[in-house]
Unconditional design. Structure first.
Length: 266
């Protein structure tokens, strides 16, 4: 009797297993991608989380605010201000990356691992390099400014009000974020004390008014910017995002911070 040899067949690939949907249950839906506003909101939530949980980050923010105020008071040049802003951003970014790496390592391992320790040490070393670089830049910028500040301040305020306005807006944003961290109310871009939109709107109004102090168009420009700031505040109240008190606090914060910075420079 002649028997046929058995053919070797390749095993069949298993079909993908899809989740079963029982009767009466909704079909699984794919999660939608976050909108642009939600993406910005997540980013600001990360910044606020680092400020709440990391002491070094809070120290860096306080020092950065003091450096920007000193830059306005001493009247640094445009290139010097760029160097300061880049150094500050370098330090803050390094600190946030260091915190993210530490959090990821803590989640991935619970026991002592020499490689995990080495990764944390490398991330901390990156923060140290950024901080040393910021100190060196600050020394180079401010060492020559202190000697002749009396003659440089007035000329700086007259010739380059754009940098002063930029610093006022940055300081206003930092104070708004710090206030939200302390109060713990709302999200970075929605709700909470104070209203960041109102703070920036009235900071811009105050800056436009002070920059055009000697111009014949000051009243017109100041009136238009004040009306736009009021419209921003009105939309925050009518949409239910902020209360009247939160909007008023934000408006006073933005206007007063800008006024103080211009008076310091003058």
């Amino acid at each position: 009797m002649i028997t046929r040899p058995r053919l070797r067949t390749r095993p069949r690939r298993a079909d993908p297993v899809w989740p079963r949907v029982h009767d009466g249950e909704p079909a699984p839906t794919r999660r939608r991608a976050p909108s642009l506003l939600e993406s910005f909101n997540y980013s600001f939530e990360g910044i606020i989380h680092v400020l709440r949980t990391q002491r070094n980050m809070r120290v860096h923010v306080v020092i950065a605010t003091a450096v920007l105020i000193a830059a306005v008071a001493l009247g640094v040049s445009k290139l010097e201000l760029i160097a300061l802003l880049l150094s500050i951003a370098f330090v803050l970014i390094a600190e946030m990356i260091n915190s993210a790496i530490e959090g990821a390592i803590d989640v991935s391992t619970t026991a002592f691992d020499p490689m995990a320790k080495l990764a944390k040490d490398i991330a901390a070393g990156a923060v140290l390099i950024a901080a040393v670089n910021a100190i060196a830049v600050g020394y180079l910028v401010f060492s020559g400014q202190i000697a002749d500040r009396s003659s440089r301040i007035l000329s700086r305020l007259k010739d380059a009000p754009a940098e002063l306005t930029l610093v006022a807006l940055v300081v206003t944003i930092l104070i708004v974020i710090a206030t939200k961290v302390v109060t713990g109310r709302g999200t970075p871009l929605r709700g909470g004390l104070p209203s960041g939109h109102a703070a920036l709107a009235f900071s811009g109004w105050m800056a436009a008014t002070l920059v055009l102090a000697d111009s014949s168009h000051q009243f017109l420009v100041s009136s238009l910017t004040f009306i736009m700031a009021l419209l921003v505040a009105q939309t925050r109240i009518e949409s239910g995002v902020h209360s009247s008190l939160e909007v008023v606090y934000g408006a006073l914060l933005g206007a007063l911070v800008t006024l103080v910075l211009f008076k310091i420079a003058a």
